[in-house]
Design a protein around this ligand. Sequence first.
Ligand code: F6R
Length: 620
Amino acid sequence: MCGIFGYIGKKTNATEIVFGGLKTLEYRGYDSWGIAIKDQRSKIKDQRLIVEKETGKLPNALPKSSILNLQSSLAIGHTRWATHGGVTVANAHPHLDCFKQIAVVHNGIIENFQELKKKLAKQGHIFHSQTDTEIVPHLIEEIMNPSSLSERSESKGENQTSLRQAQAKKEFTTAVREAFNQLQGMNAIVAAYAPSNEIIAAKNGSPLAVGIGKDELFIASDASGISEYTKDVIFLADHQMIILGEKLKLLKLPNGKAIKPEITKLTWHFENTEKGNYPHFILKEIHEQPNVIKHIALAYSDEAKKLAKLIKKAFGTFMLGCGTASYAGLAGTYLFSSIARKHINFTIGSEFKYLEDYVQKGTLVIPISQSGETIDVVEPVEKARKKGATIAALVNVPGSTLYRQADHKFLLGAGQEKAVVATKSFMSMFSILFLTAYTIIDKPQDAKKQLLIAAENINMILKDKNKAKIKKLAEEIKKSEHIYLLGRGLAYATALEAALKIKETSYVHAEGFAGGELKHGVIALIEKATPCIIFAPDDDTYEEIISNAQEVKARGGFIIGIGPKNNEVFDRFIQTASCREATLLGQIAVAQLLAYYLALARGIKDPDKPRNLAKSVTVK
Ligand code: F6R
């Protein structure tokens, strides 16, 4: 969460470069943004940084009126996902020290910020935000130049800054290192200091990549925005600090010992897809799903064989993921059990650390993640790796942290997913697990056939006539306060994923339940006309889930059936194809469209960027 981009070099359009870089990182947060630049024209040694910050998403281009429209060869920027402090201009990054010479952008959470802030306030530092980040420039300032309260409370004129400059007790580099060493939690910071021609970054958690161009250096939260300038990249490891200046220096933390950087040649391609004729990315990505599924059916045999072999060989297998990826993982447990007769453990990423005690050499850990950056997956996977587990990662973003952590990398091949709400990446995750389960029992052809039926079925669902039917249903239920979704077996995972889609896209409260749980409490929630979506595949769950639907209907519920077979209990019915376990794919496509049309019906302007969310969740 939060995107960082910085530039230092010979070019004089640093603002434009950083602005463009931030646009590629908006998926990491879009509450507010800001850029700090060093004004190229000023020759004075004690110059201040020029900063502009705004709330909301980045505009398409930097306004002509922006104070940042100056020649500059050094800039750092940030696009924020709020953790500490609301969405205000004051809380947007970069944050500055008292003398506006040190700017810091940050990704992570500084767990001991309150304690540090109190101390700094006593020393006379003045804070303007509620963020944890703001303590960092002040801490660097304090280390460089401890000063008295009275000095700080006076006006901060040019003379005074030059005086302070002359009196600096410690160099900027040392001060950044010492300040970073005092921060607790998982953090990445990037700092610039006006009088020096350097950008310094340090990390212990969130990702940072450094691009090495000709006479120019870049730093960013991921390599995608860097790749148009250079293919030579250093991925910063935890407990490292890097100085981007005349020369590039990599240091170990906490001691500052120099280490040799390892340069990776970017070989993967970063897409930057456009919406084309679609009003929103989410709709475009839903439309791409049949091809994603076909790709897995037709071109994934070798990968499925490799994954099947790893599972067969493993002494216990653990899948983990968060949100949508977690529901793909949960579906996977049903697939491996019913198809391959294999018990494969699954847990959501954030819980894995409480269950991983018996992970050992020989254990196979399968993290599932679109972004490959989710901290709740990255962190436990690193722990499992240290314990000797083999890591086979299913990720969509090549070069991401999980991709680099893994011993075996399985790319989802879903193409860039720009909408924050995950759609086609789920289709790919499920299809891979489905094909792998059938590959374990040497029947990959069965899986391929079913996947092709599912892909064709989604093509049908996406026909205008069928979309209009789903849209009409969305209009009918748009005023509902709650929507409940029921399924059994694999369809329980369907219900959970469908509920998440509705919640995050339309902001309607939706809950997925296992049909069997209904009478254990959930049924108390049903009132007259409460929409209840029943996922009814034509498998051995059909009769029982229909009985559950009857029970809800008897209490006034409005029953929406999704599946291959209609039933008189359904008040509304959307048909999907029957293709064994892959029936889930068509049902999910219907749920995605329902969520999308519900969002539009409820007046949500940008369903690609739901409130409070970010595409990449890099804080715990
Ligand atoms: C839901 C959604 C999130 C993600 C979750 C994991 O539509 O997008 O629930 O699925 O944050 O993200 P990745 O797959 O990137 O690890």
